[in-house]
Write a protein that binds this ligand. Structure first.
Ligand code: 5AD
Ligand code: SF4
Length: 435
């Protein structure tokens, strides 16, 4: 049986797409391997959100070509494939197939053709296929099932390539989403569901919105935890927060990317909210959900960002005190509107120093938040044995904190929820005792 190795970069949506492709290839008689030597086919599922990610893919293809020449089949899927399509095939003739984000259902065809010496390219917008139920995603060893509810993005934030790589918004039918949830719970024994979309709050299918999806999914038998990613602040509303508050199994964990604390920069980014709109939503969330976990994304060094804009961002970070933060230097992306801004570009050294100030501040905030968790009891969903110490288990709190604890009687309980008491902490993780 031909063996393939899949390498996944980027976000949870790519992870889910990879799981679908693995499932499909297995159905078609292929075997997955982690060994580079054993693999006959390499599938690189790629990310293009920042330039660095694209460079990594190009250098990975370069390494494979140098190491194996024509001895292996190498193909690219995902966002780089969607963004560049035919141009990518022309630029790197070594590639045997290129499949866009909406063509992943064609993976077995692409690999079969490549094994017969034929190249394959498809970066079309196969909307209908997105509505097909995915009951073949490979989730062996996983305790959480990613399920896509809406694909693409229509927001066109001026820095972002996603609307060009993942296409226009398309909400998947609720019945199909529920099929996938039931399959994960009943056939794969998974009790945590993470609903995915570039902007889950835009979900709109036959009059149903995201709050409806969340409610219906959380009411399914044996669904112990529901999470979701990502929300756009402009669409995040009180009804959704009330649904979270009314269901014990929906994690009160909200990722609400702000991107910048400066109104001037938010406007240039095309984010469609102001700093005070955003802060009002944070207040609304915390009023309704006193125990909740909020995280965000920020970009520093956007064109025209001055020191005072950066200080506005820092002011938000100091006052909101996020539970987790993802921060990036602005990276110019092809076709995006920000390329046309006439503002002065921020030098790389200034952007780097802003990023390090931001990250250092967040580390302190996070450490203090973790210190405040000591001696408190939290439910943890056990995910696996710890990689470093097989006598330890690793799990996650509702707030997504990584928790390590001695396995004891819980060794048999991977995939279920146990109570632990937090004993020691670092900025990145928590150590606990099983109760
Ligand atoms: N440069 C830097 N960061 C970006 N992001 C998206 N596009 C860019 C870009 N061009 C960040 C945003 C987004 C996260 C997924 O990636 O913060 O929320
Ligand atoms: Fe990109 Fe903005 Fe869409 Fe998020 S909402 S995927 S940042 S365009």
């Amino acid at each position: 049986m031909p063996k393939f190795k899949i390498e996944t970069w980027g976000c949870q949506m790519n992870e889910y797409d990879s799981q679908k492709m693995v499932g499909l290839l297995k159905q078609n008689g292929f075997t997955q391997t982690e060994s580079e030597e054993e693999a006959e086919v390499f599938i690189l599922n790629t990310c293009s959100v920042r330039e660095k990610a694209v460079h990594k893919i190009h250098s990975r293809v370069g390494v494979l070509k140098k190491r194996y020449g024509e001895g292996k089949i190498v193909g690219i899927c995902g966002c780089v494939a969607s963004q560049e399509g035919r141009a990518l095939m022309e630029k790197i003739p070594y590639l045997k197939f290129v499949l866009g984000t909406r063509s992943t259902h064609l993976i077995a065809k692409a690999v079969n053709r490549a094994m017969n010496g034929l190249k394959f390219l498809d970066s079309n917008d196969h909307k209908i296929e997105m509505d097909a139920p995915v009951t073949f995603a490979e989730r062996t060893g996983k305790t959480k099932a990613y399920i896509s509810i809406i694909e693409g993005c229509d927001n066109f934030c001026t820095y972002c390539v996603v609307p060009f790589t993942r296409g226009r918004e398309h909400s998947r039918p609720l019945s199909i989403i529920l099929n996938e949830v039931r399959d994960a719970v009943e056939n794969q024994g998974i009790h945590e569901i993470e609903l995915l979309g570039q902007n889950v709050n835009s979900y709109d299918y036959e009059g149903k919105g995201f709050a409806d999806v969340l409610e219906v999914v959380s009411n399914q038998p044996d669904v112990q935890r529901v999470r979701f990613l990502t929300s756009h602040p402009k669409d995040f509303n009180e009804r959704l927060v009330r649904v979270i508050a009314a269901h014990d199994n929906i994690c009160p964990t909200i990722h609400l990317p702000m991107q910048s604390g400066s109104d001037r920069i938010l406007k240039k980014m095309g984010r469609q909210y102001t700093r005070s709109d955003y802060l009002d939503k944070i207040k609304m969330i915390r009023d309704i959900l006193p125990e909740c976990w909020i995280s965000s994304d920020f970009i520093v060094g956007f064109p025209g960002e001055e020191e005072s804009d950066f200080l506005d961002t820092m002011d938000v970070i100091q006052s909101v005190k996020y539970d987790n933060l993802f921060s990036f230097k602005y990276s110019p992306r092809p076709r995006t509107a920000a390329l046309k801004l006439r503002d002065t570009l921020v030098s790389d050294s200034i952007a780097s120093s802003r990023l390090s100030v931001l990250q250092h501040t967040q580390e302190q905030i996070q450490l203090n938040k973790h210190l405040a968790m000591i001696n408190h009891v939290y439910p943890v969903l056990i995910e696996s044995f710890s990689k470093k110490n097989p006598k330890r288990l690793t799990g996650r709190t509702e707030g997504n904190h990584v928790v390590h604890f001695e396995a004891g009687r819980a060794a048999q309980l991977i995939g279920s929820i146990v109570d632990v008491r937090i004993e020691t902490v670092t900025m990145a993780s928590l150590k606990a005792r099983l109760l």
